[in-house]
Each structure stands twice: as structure tokens, then as C-alpha cells.
Design a protein around this ligand. Structure first.
Ligand code: ADP
Length: 498
């Protein structure tokens, strides 16, 4: 069974939690902090290790010099020279003898202590190697139970025979290593807690960052086709989001303008069509109910036909205008001499002008070559000329001038008349669709109010501009500027058509 449901309520957009920006920002935050904290931990670990070992090494160096001062080899026997009565001397010597080994050059151990024994007495090869070195050597060695020791070994000389003897003293690295490992363990114990905290912080910060986006989205949802004039308020932060809101507002303003145009257009069209339709209906009713003679029927029919004609011309003009504005009317641009075209159009309008007793003249200061659609420019000229003749009373005059514009690169069309003129308050609207000035002077003139809409569109699509200057009761001047086609300069020619 086929089914169809039309939903009118605007569904609230659902955001997948895991794909939401807030979640993703938080995850990035956590990843960043984890890497940062681990790197900081490793750097601290290494620095602390180096620092504590350097302290042990410095202390060992000091002891080495003390040992060389307190230890003498006399008659092939090591003797510790200390003042028995001096407690400090005794303390130093007992400390030096804490981890130590003395051998002769053949590796025979002369003195050592238990701790050194647990590290392992040096082999003969090692002793010979150290004795051959120019200075003492420091190495890390491990006792049998795995405790690390820093051992400094070198030679001391028998005072009399100058024979070399091997001396090694050591210091435990265990306390230093313990400090480092305690720090590292504690640091990595609290690391998960710090990461969790960074996640929480990331969640809160991301929430704050996203909040304006959510409120903009909510505000945007309240905008519908019927209230497109609503604008999202700017936050005043001057940030990217404000720029986005600004662009969004501009877009809705443009949409609003288009919607407004469409609304006005539908109202105008229905209004314009209703008038002739009512007239036709009236005439047909008259024919049906009151006409008796064939002549009366005939007259009613003729009147109705006239209104039908008006209706079709409105529909034709509307169709053309809508085609033009929706971009369906493709322009066929080609080089066009305005002077030649104007001469033809002025010729066509001579008879209607004469019938109205209006003097139509043309100053063709040509050639004025432009790249344009021939049909459209002809329509532009015809509309301006027919208006000028329509709105100029008997005895008046209309003048067409073609020539270069004020600046280089422009061609100019001027149509001026000595007609009824346009009141200043109506001027800004005359290019609107169906707009007609309704006053005593224009009452008797028929028209649809579409001619100048066409003119404006044609000027726009050719990249030109149109100016209108008018004085009520004196006349009107339309000036159209169109981009000229670069062409070899020709001698200006003036021609008047009477
Ligand atoms: P219409 O079919 O009424 O002439 P247009 O769009 O051509 O429609 O012109 C709009 C209005 O502008 C006209 O109704 C008229 O009032 C005014 N207008 C246009 N051209 C002239 C002119 N040359 N002199 C005086 N008024 C003019």
C-alpha cells in the first residue's frame, strides 16, 4: 500500500553525539593534553636523572681528591694518613673506606671493603687498562643484588719507588635513582587524573565555543518564507561567527527582496488582468441582457475584443519580461551602430508623431558602435520614443541624440521631449513593473506600466546606466549610457531628420 505523509512542523535537527563538534573538539583537546603531559613527564624524568647523577659524580670527584690526600703507599703498603685525634679526619677516612679497592699493578688486592667486593674486584686486564690511562675513569657498575654504583678508578704512586698502584672508590647511585623513579611513578600515577581533568575542561570550553553556533542555528530556524525580514542579531565580537551571521543576514535580505518582488508581481499581475477581464465581462453581459439590434451586439463584441487584445498584450509583455528576468532570453550581441539603428526607429515613429502634431528630430552624432543585442536596443529606443510621443501634448517636440558619452568608452542615447514631465515623487518608481503616474496629464494616455521596466532590464544586461531628468509641465530627458565597442575613430557626422 502506497503511503505519503506531509509534515508541516520543522523537525529539530539531531546532532549525532559522537560526530558533534563539541565531542570532537574535546577529543582533540584530550589527545593534545595527553601528548603534552607525556612529553613533559619524559623531559622531567631525563632532566632529574641527569641532575641527580651529576650530584653523585661531583661528590665522587671530591672524594677522589680527598682520597689522594689521605692515602699514601709506603713500602708497598697502603697507609691512610689521618690525625687520630681529629674527629673530622677520622670521619672523612672512614667515609672514603666505605666503598673502595686498592691493588698493586699486578692486580693483587691490598685493601677493599665488603660493598666493593659485592660489586666485584676488578680483573687484572681492567686494572692494567686503567693504569695505562692518563687520568682516572668513572663508570657505572652493578652489585650482585642489582644496586648501581658510580665507581672512579685511577692510579696512585708509591712515594719512594714511584710504582703505580690501582685505587677505586665508589658511591651508590640508588638514592638518586630512587628519587627519579619516585617522581616518575607519582607523575604517571596522576597522569590519568590530569587527562580526565583536561577532558572535562575541553568539554566545558568546547561547549562555550559551540554555544553561539547553536544559538545562531536556532535563530536561523525561526526564519521562514513568511518572515524573511528577520535578522540574526550580531554578537558584536567581530569574529568569524559574526562574519558568518552577517553573510547569512545579507543572504536572507536578498531572498526577502526576491520573495517581495515575486509577491508584488503576483499582486500586480492579478490586478492588471482583473481590469480588462471585468470590462470584458461587463460588455458580454450588456450584449446578453440589453443588446437588441445587431449593431448593439456588434459594438459590445468590438469593445470586448479590444479588451481581449489588451489582455493578450499584457500577457505577451509579462511573458517576455519574466523570460528576460529569469535569464531565458539569450542576448545575441554583435557590433551595432546606434546612429543607423536610431535613424530607422525615428523613421518608424514619424507617422505617429505627425498624427499627434509632435515634431520628431534626431541628431545622429555617429557612428556610435556598441556590442549589443540588436532587437533589445531597438526595443529600448522604441519604448523611450513611444513614451516621449505619448506624454507630449500637441505642438510639442521630441529629440533623439546619439553620440559619444561624457567619458571615453561610452556611447550615449538621449531622448528628450517637451511633454508633461514626471513629478519628482514619482521619478524613483517609473522603472518598476506596472508603475504608472496617475494624474490629470496622464489620465488620457493608455499604457501597461511595463515599457520602462524593459528599458531598465535592457540597460542592465548591457552593462550600462540610465538617467532621467524631468520638470513637470516642461519635459523629460532620458539619457542612456552603453559601453562602446573600441573602433577606429570616424569623423563626426550630424544629420537631422525632420
Ligand atoms: P506606460 O505604459 O504607462 O507608458 P512605462 O513603464 O513606459 O509605462 O512608463 C511608466 C510611467 O512613467 C508612465 O506611466 C509615465 O507616467 C511615466 N513616463 C514615462 N516616460 C515619460 C515621458 N517621456 N514623459 C512623461 N512621463 C513619462
Amino acid at each position: 500500500m502506497a503511503r505519503f505523509t506531509r509534515v508541516f512542523a520543522v523537525p529539530k535537527p539531531r546532532v549525532d553525539f559522537l560526530r558533534g563538534m563539541r565531542f570532537r573538539l574535546m577529543v582533540s583537546f584530550v589527545i593534545f593534553f595527553t601528548i603534552l603531559l607525556v612529553v613533559i613527564g619524559l623531559v622531567f624524568h631525563k632532566t632529574l636523572q641527569l641532575e641527580t647523577e651529576r650530584d653523585v659524580r661531583d661528590a665522587l670527584d671530591e672524594e677522589w681528591f680527598e682520597a689522594k690526600g689521605y692515602l699514601k703507599i709506603e713500602k708497598q703498603r697502603p697507609v691512610w694518613v689521618a690525625d687520630e685525634t681529629d674527629p673530622e679526619d677520622n670521619f672523612i677516612v672512614s667515609r672514603l673506606k666505605h666503598i673502595y679497592l686498592i691493588t698493586d699493578a699486578n692486580g693483587n688486592a691490598l685493601q677493599y671493603d665488603d660493598t666493593y667486593e659485592s660489586i666485584g674486584l676488578d680483573s687484572l686486564d681492567d686494572i692494567r687498562r686503567v693504569l695505562a690511562l692518563p687520568g682516572p675513569e668513572t663508570r657505572i657498575r652493578w652489585s650482585r643484588d642489582g644496586t648501581p654504583y658510580l665507581v672512579k678508578a685511577g692510579k696512585i704512586l708509591d712515594e719512594d719507588s714511584r710504582q703505580p698502584y690501582f685505587l677505586a672508590i665508589g658511591r651508590s647511585l640508588a638514592p638518586a635513582r630512587k628519587t627519579v623513579s619516585d617522581f616518575t611513578r607519582n607523575y604517571f600515577y596522576i597522569l590519568p587524573a590530569m587527562i580526565a581533568l583536561s577532558g572535562l575542561l575541553g568539554w566545558v570550553l568546547a561547549g562555550r565555543a559551540i554555544q553561539p553556533v547553536n544559538s545562531v542555528a536556532q535563530a536561523a530556524q525561526t526564519i521562514t518564507g513568511s518572515n524573511l525580514s528577520l535578522q540574526i542579531p550580531l554578537r558584536g565580537a567581530g569574529d568569524e561567527l559574526d562574519r558568518l551571521i552577517e553573510s547569512f543576514n545579507k543572504m536572507t535580505a536578498r531572498l526577502n527582496q526576491s520573495f517581495e518582488q515575486i509577491r508584488r508581481f503576483s499582486t500586480d499581475v492579478s490586478h492588471e488582468l482583473r481590469t480588462p477581464l471585468t470590462a470584458i465581462r461587463g460588455q458580454l453581459e450588456v450584449a446578453l441582457f440589453t443588446a437588441e439590434t445587431p449593431d448593439q451586439y456588434r459594438e459590445a463584441m468590438l469593445n470586448a475584443l479590444e479588451d481581449v487584445e489588451k489582455l493578450s498584450s499584457i500577457v505577451r509583455a509579462l511573458l517576455l519580461l519574466s523570460q528576460a528576468e529569469s535569464g531565458q532570453l539569450v542576448l545575441q550581441k554583435s557590433p551595432l551602430d546606434l546612429a543607423v539603428l536610431a535613424r530607422d526607429v525615428v523613421d518608424q515613429f514619424q507617422i505617429p508623431a505627425e498624427e499627434k502634431d509632435v515634431l520628431l528630430t534626431a541628431d545622429l552624432d555617429g557612428p556610435a558602435v556598441i556590442s549589443a543585442d540588436h532587437t533589445q536596443i531597438e526595443r529600448l529606443l522604441s519604448n523611450l520614443l513611444s513614451n516621449a510621443i505619448k506624454y507630449t501634448p500637441r505642438g510639442g517636440s521630441v529629440r533623439v541624440r546619439i553620440g559619444p558619452g561624457d567619458g571615453p568608452g561610452w556611447a550615449q542615447i538621449v531622448v528628450e521631449d517637451t511633454g508633461v514631465g514626471i513629478p519628482a515623487e514619482n521619478l524613483p518608481h517609473i522603472f518598476d513593473r506596472f508603475y504608472r503616474v496617475r494624474n490629470a496629464q496622464t489620465e488620457s494616455v493608455t499604457g501597461l506600466g511595463l515599457g520602462l521596466s524593459f528599458v531598465a532590464w535592457i540597460v542592465e544586461v548591457h552593462g550600462g546606466r540610465i538617467d532621467v531628468a524631468s520638470t513637470e509641465g516642461e519635459g523629460t530627458r532620458f539619457t542612456v549610457l552603453l559601453p562602446a565597442e573600441p573602433s577606429p575613430v570616424a569623423a563626426p557626422e550630424t544629420q537631422a531628420v525632420a
